[in-house]
Design a protein around this ligand. Structure first.
Ligand code: ADP
Ligand code: MG
Length: 342
């Protein structure tokens, strides 16, 4: 009798996480939220702690032929801070674990850590520990971030209500377009090492890919405005995929409007240059690390004039589904392609 074998690719990343979490039970009363949000939430006296971790592998998440080591270090911290932000919490500490092959020198590790230290400074977090080990296949970095929030101010993925306004920060699609440019220039360089990479023309998109910034500024501004988003997550896998997550967790539908989707001019122009559809980049490009959140309509006036918060749509009843209204007024079903590693 042959044993059943299921390919991980058949489940996909989210299917695999769902599959694993089915058998996980949370028993301690202090574990307020386990698997399923941007970070776990733990009771801690008069406030809560949030904890999140991300693993970055050379060749999967970054390519050292164009990603400078200080940027890799900064990004490894920023992507975790982004998940802390997504809970409406303030990051306080990180741990950093690295695995290195003998290809790396002390100077290379110093370069990596200069970026990690810059991120700690930028986000006001303390590096409090980690682990160091050998690797046979390049550089591996795992960062865990710990943040704090008042219990009633935590924003989960499951709090969106019908008629809430759906908001996205900054602009989207830049990181994906940046990755395409970096890959293109790498191929040019591999074909002819005398060619200098032509990156100066694309600072917005390559900068977003190589050194994204977590939107802690928005978290502080929401606090000042007295707003707690009814739901929130960060946009790491692509806008459409993240909208699906919020809709599923909150049991709502969503309608978004093409003409409200934020895209930088350089992202738009570069996408066109690369024969990519700019709107597809906005909907399905990953790694922008902007925030996606919902607010109650009564809070709209407080944010209306914010230059970097975009009101892209609203939440609907679950049976109404998930739709994108195009510029011509046609409602097309939203598809979540997300970012597939498998
Ligand atoms: P994010 O993109 O915000 O980092 P992920 O999609 O990576 O979130 O993870 C979704 C949820 O699944 C999180 O709560 C995360 O902690 C949990 N998770 C991911 N991988 C595992 C795993 N191997 N075992 C247990 N929980 C996991
Ligand atoms: Mg996240």
């Amino acid at each position: 009798m042959s044993e059943k074998r299921t390919e991980i690719g058949d489940l996909g990343e989210f299917g695999l996480i769902d599959h694993l979490s089915e058998k996980i039970e949370v028993k301690n009363p202090s574990s307020l939220r386990g698997i399923g949000d941007d970070a776990a939430v733990i009771e801690a006296g008069d406030h809560v702690k949030v904890v999140t971790t991300d693993l970055l592998l050379e060749g999967v998440h970054f390519d050292l032929s164009y990603a400078p080591l200080p940027h890799v270090g900064f990004k490894a911290v920023a992507v975790n801070v982004s998940d802390v932000a997504a809970m409406n919490a303030i990051p306080k500490q990180i741990t950093v674990s690295i695995a290195l092959s003998n290809r790396f020198s002390v100077e290379a590790v110093d370069a990596l850590y200069s970026g990690i230290r810059a991120a700690c400074e930028h986000y006001g977090v303390d590096l409090i520990g980690g682990d160091t080990t050998a690797s046979r296949s390049g550089l591996v970095i795992s960062v865990t971030a710990i943040g704090e929030a008042k219990k009633e101010q935590v924003s989960y993925r499951n709090g969106a209500k019908v008629n809430d306004i759906l908001c996205a920060t900054g602009d989207l699609g830049a990181a994906l377009v940046g990755l395409q440019i970096l890959e293109r220039e790498k191929q040019v360089f591999l074909a002819n090492p005398d060619m200098k990479p032509d990156l100066d023309k694309y600072p917005v998109v390559t900068g977003r890919q190589l050194r994204p910034d977590a939107r802690m500024d928005i978290i502080h501004e929401l606090k000042e405005a007295g707003i707690v988003p009814t739901s929130m997550m960060d946009i790491s896998d692509g806008l459409a995929s993240e909208i699906f997550h919020i809709c599923k967790a909150s049991n709502v539908g969503a309608t978004i409007y093409e003409d409200k989707l934020p895209i930088d001019k350089q992202t738009f122009d570069t996408a066109v240059e690369l024969n990519m559809d700019p709107i597809t980049c906005v909907l399905n490009g990953g790694e922008d690390y902007e925030l996606l959140f919902t607010i109650d309509q009564k809070d709209f006036a407080k944010l209306e004039k914010h230059p970097d918060i975009h009101f892209i749509g609203h939440m609907t009843k679950p049976e109404e589904g998930k739709f994108l209204v195009t510029k011509s007024g046609t409602a097309v079903p939203l598809k979540a392609q997300g970012w597939k590693h498998f």
